[in-house]
Write a protein that binds this ligand. Structure first.
Ligand SMILES: NC(=O)c1ccc[n+]([C@@H]2O[C@H](COP(=O)([O-])OP(=O)(O)OC[C@H]3O[C@@H](n4cnc5c(N)ncnc54)[C@H](OP(=O)(O)O)[C@@H]3O)[C@@H](O)[C@H]2O)c1
Length: 370
């Protein structure tokens, strides 16, 4: 990127701390993560252009519009991932582009190709085409996922530690991992685009967060993946099993996105996770807040199979999750992001889950006597 002053691997120090007048385009501005991204960029002093599908949904956009600094420095643009050229207007004139919009699904969906893969992959190409057409953009940060790094819990020997070198080549539509596949294909398409056009005026950094949890900024996300997942866990709909996921706090994810622009030497991919927690461990973090009696022990795998085949666990756990992921501890090396972008470290996951529980109550997504 133009203006590099330090080799990659250097600890975070903002190389371009003067944010006044710098325009950042954030795609997917009104999602669960998107609202935190806009808030954090406004707090850091940037001028933000957020893209949303429906700019006329006044009620839903109210949260963004009432953020501190929004009146002066936030504008909203209509854009759809599936419409080529849709992002041109929002991107021309911006210095930075944060591409975060992508469909996220908790359950196995009926048409994964149409609902997940196409918007993720075509959308990424459409956004990057708009970036490349522009004369102003200097860096793109793509919100990837740890699912483009990690495929199946039993794909490597016990003790294997995933790093940014790993790629998920195990997820497919055949094994019901449409979302993981969509994020893998979208990220691969993004790197292929950059390699093909070999831009000289802009570069790209990819952040690969674990499952994102933490407070909501508005009540309009009851169906967001993270919210549904956590709600089902604390209401007992999702059994507390030894199914481990990389986790991270939504507020830290937002900070790391800002830093990825501010730190000129940032390069390549960054695994963004504060640790690996199983569903049982997540539930244990908030158990003292929950009124209803919930299982204290992990549901053993044979019982889970019975639950799966009798419909008890419904579509919430795919067959492949039970077969390949339950019972396998997965480990991730997040030293790159900790060293380069978040030297102060992540929030403790326990606090993340506790804050999320309170937030779901505050927004009436779960009851006060849950
Ligand atoms: N949640 C997690 O645990 C997690 C973990 C790792 C990475 N991520 C990534 O973080 C990003 C945000 O996820 P989230 O959890 O905040 O989910 P979310 O609340 O469902 O937000 C998804 C966003 O994508 C936008 N979007 C979906 N389809 C679109 C389309 N066809 N055209 C334009 N925009 C479209 C949505 O826009 P509308 O508001 O207009 O519907 C929404 O803003 C995604 O890239 C996701 O893969 C999430």
């Amino acid at each position: 990127m133009a203006g590099d002053i330090a080799p990659t691997g250097t600890k975070f120090t903002p190389t371009n701390p003067d944010t006044s007048g710098i325009i950042v385009t954030v795609t997917g501005a009104v999602g669960y993560l998107g609202e935190h991204l806009v808030k954090t960029f406004l707090e850091a002093g940037y001028t933000v252009r957020g893209t949303v599908r429906d700019v006329d949904d006044i009620e839903r956009l109210q949260c963004l519009k009432s953020l501190p600094g929004a009146t002066e420095r936030l504008s909203l643009f209509a854009a759809n991932l599936l419409v080529p050229g849709s992002f041109d207007k929002a991107i021309e004139g911006a210095t930075y582009v944060l591409h975060s919009a992508s469909p996220v699904a908790l359950e196995v969906v009926a048409d994964p190709e149409g609902t997940l893969i196409r918007p993720a992959v075509e959308g990424t190409k459409n956004v990057l085409t708009s970036v490349h057409k522009s004369t102003s953009v200097r860096r793109v940060v793509l919100t990837g996922s740890f699912r483009s790094i990690f495929g199946l819990g039993d794909e490597h020997p016990k003790g294997y530690v995933y790093t940014e070198e790993d790629w998920n080549d195990k997820s497919s539509l055949d094994n019901n991992q449409g979302y993981a596949l969509s994020k893998t294909l979208a990220e691969r398409a993004a790197w292929a685009f950059v390699e093909r056009v070999a831009p000289t005026s802009w570069d790209m950094v990819v952040l690969n967060p674990g499952l994102i949890f933490g407070p909501l900024l508005s009540r309009y996300h009851p169906d967001a993946f993270s919210v549904q997942f956590f709600k089902q866990l604390v209401t007992g709909e999702l059994p507390p099993v030894k199914l481990p996921w990389a986790v991270v706090d939504v507020r830290d994810v937002a900070i790391v996105h800002v830093r990825a622009f501010q730190h000129a030497p940032a390069r390549g991919r960054y695994l963004v996770t504060s640790g690996t927690y199983s569903l049982r461990e997540m539930l244990d973090c908030v158990r003292d807040k929950i009124w209803r009696p919930l299982l204290r022990v992990s549901v053993p795998k044979p019982l889970l199979w019975i639950g799966f085949y009798t419909g008890f666990v419904g579509k919430r756990l795919a067959k492949e999750d039970i077969k390949h992921n339950v019972g396998f501890r997965i480990l991730f090396d997040s030293s790159k992001v900790r060293k380069e972008l978040l030297p102060e470290g992540f929030r403790a996951p326990r606090q993340t889950f506790r804050d999320m529980y309170e937030s779901l109550q505050e927004h009436k997504i779960i009851g006060h006597f849950n």
